[in-house]
Every structure is written in structure tokens, then in C-alpha cells.
Write a protein of this length. Structure first.
Length: 280
């Protein structure tokens, strides 16, 4: 996802989402209040962990397309030692983090391999990349499945954009598996004209799909306001996600209306109750 320079995901990809720790937006006096709060926020947590993992995998794949040998992941952070080794063979790229957890520059641990197979020239409209995993873990969560990225060229504003499908799962280190089925559009909104400069790259993510929680519950996931991700921040900076539960109940997660690199989001219930969520 970049033209003549490395693309991001998000991440933030940023999406910049990862496992969550939670704080309450209102005072709680009973133990069952804490239990209820945890269950409410777990929906957002399951999605966030999954979104972060697959978006980061694409960011890493984008960077690996332009690297041979040792590679650091992302721009932000203080780690100077490379965590991965990149090798190319024909249309296949293997990004190998080794068999022992390594703390990458974004502060997340990784081990295992990301495998990228491309059809066509990476930067050309119509090219396709498939991303798979070989015993790959991020922050102790095992990532499996397939992410397909199709280069769609440029939109009417001249911005590169990509259509993405994801079918996979995340085996959580805390137990249980989250299944994901998504369609995404990632638009490179800033930084695509400044070859060689990574810190000004910004992406907007839209789309919908489902997650299947460890309980078997299937939850609809719709990005109702684009998720804003930048290469110099490990968190999603803005955007809104709507969750539709099997019961029909709605939950809304808001990362902010104005882009800002912070680790806070708010989960709103139909009752109007708001939980503050701290991203990590």
C-alpha cells in the first residue's frame, strides 16, 4: 500500500488498536456492576484486538515489500534492534520474527512469520497481495487466516486506495478464539506524494463485517466514521465503530472526532451509559 515507499496499515493501524484495559465512565458500587461492565467492554476488546492484529500485519507486509534483510517495524518507538528478517523469492516475501517474542518499535511483541504473495507489480492498479501466517503471534495472540489486498488505483481526489477482505481468527492469550470476516477499504489520504518520508503517512479505513466471539455470538461490525491511522502513532486517532449484537442491541465505540494521538476511546450503550476505554 504504498507507491515507491512503504505503505501502512494501521494501524495505526494503526488501526493502532490492541488489547484493551478498561476504566468505568461512572461510579460503580457493586461487584455485579463490574462484571456487567467487563462483558459490555469485551465486545469492543475482541474487535479491537483482531482489527489491530490484521491491520498491523498489512503494515508489516507493506514495509517488507521494500526491504531485504533486517527490518524494524513502524516509525514510532524507541527500539533500535531489528525484530524481523525479510527475504524474497519470486513473488513471495517472508517476514520472519523468529521463534521467540521480540518487542518491536511500537511496543508490541511478535514472533513467527508473515507470508506475502503478490500478483502483478506491487504499486500498479490491479495488483493483488495475499497475506497469510505461519505460527505468528502478536502480544501473545495467535493470528491465522487470509488477508487479501487489491490495489484499486486512485480515487477522484488522486489518493491511492485498496479493497481488502479478511477471513481469519485470533486465538487470544487469555483463552478463546475470535473469528473475523471483514471487507475494508483503505485510502491513503496523506503522505503518498512524499517519497521516503514515513511520518506524514495517514490512512482512512472504512468497511463492515462480523466477529464471532468465543461464546459463539456473531456481532456485526460497521465503521460508521472512517478510522484515522497514521504511521507516527500506535493508536487509532479518530473514527467510530458500531457493534450490532445478536439481540439487536447496539454499542458504539468512538476514538474521537478530531484526530489526536492518545490511547483513549469511549464505548456508549443504548442507555446512554459511557465507558472510558484505555488502549494499550
Amino acid at each position: 500500500m504504498r507507491q515507491a515507499k512503504l505503505l501502512m496499515t494501521v494501524s495505526a493501524m494503526a488501526i493502532a488498536m490492541a488489547a484493551f484495559t478498561f476504566g468505568s465512565g461512572c461510579r460503580k458500587n457493586k461487584n455485579n456492576d463490574t462484571t456487567a461492565q467487563t462483558e459490555e467492554t469485551n465486545v469492543a476488546s475482541d474487535h479491537a484486538v483482531s482489527e489491530q492484529a490484521f491491520e498491523d500485519a498489512q503494515t508489516i507486509a507493506d514495509q517488507g515489500a521494500t526491504v531485504t534483510g533486517a527490518m524494524n517495524f513502524r516509525v514510532s518507538g524507541t527500539m533500535s534492534s531489528p525484530c524481523a528478517t525479510v527475504s524474497h523469492s519470486g513473488d513471495t516475501t517472508i517476514i520472519d520474527f523468529g521463534t521467540v517474542d521480540c518487542t518491536c518499535r511500537d511496543g508490541r511483541t511478535r514472533r513467527g512469520k508473515i507470508i506475502v504473495v503478490r500478483t502483478g507489480v506491487f504499486t500498479d492498479s490491479g495488483s493483488v497481495r495475499t497475506i497469510t501466517f505461519d505460527n505468528f503471534y502478536q502480544n501473545g495472540n495467535k493470528i491465522t487466516g487470509l488477508r487479501t489486498v487489491a490495489n484499486m488505483g486512485h480515487n477522484t481526489l488522486g489518493q491511492p486506495f485498496y479493497n481488502i477482505t479478511v477471513a481469519g481468527s485470533v486465538l487470544l492469550s487469555t483463552g478463546g478464539t475470535v473469528g473475523v470476516t471483514w471487507n475494508r477499504t483503505r485510502t491513503w489520504t496523506a503522505g503518498y506524494s512524499t517519497t521516503g518520508t514515513l511520518t506524514d503517512d495517514v490512512y482512512a479505513i472504512t468497511g463492515s463485517g462480523t466477529i464471532t466471539r468465543a461464546s459463539g455470538a456473531v456481532v456485526g461490525v460497521e465503521i460508521t466514521s472512517p478510522l484515522i491511522l497514521s504511521m507516527d502513532c500506535r493508536y487509532i486517532e479518530a473514527g467510530t465503530v458500531k457493534y450490532t449484537l445478536p439481540s439487536g442491541g447496539i454499542r458504539t465505540l468512538n476514538y474521537g472526532d478530531t484526530p489526536a494521538c492518545d490511547n483513549m476511546a469511549k464505548l456508549t450503550l443504548p442507555s446512554g451509559t459511557v465507558y472510558d476505554i484505555t488502549l494499550r
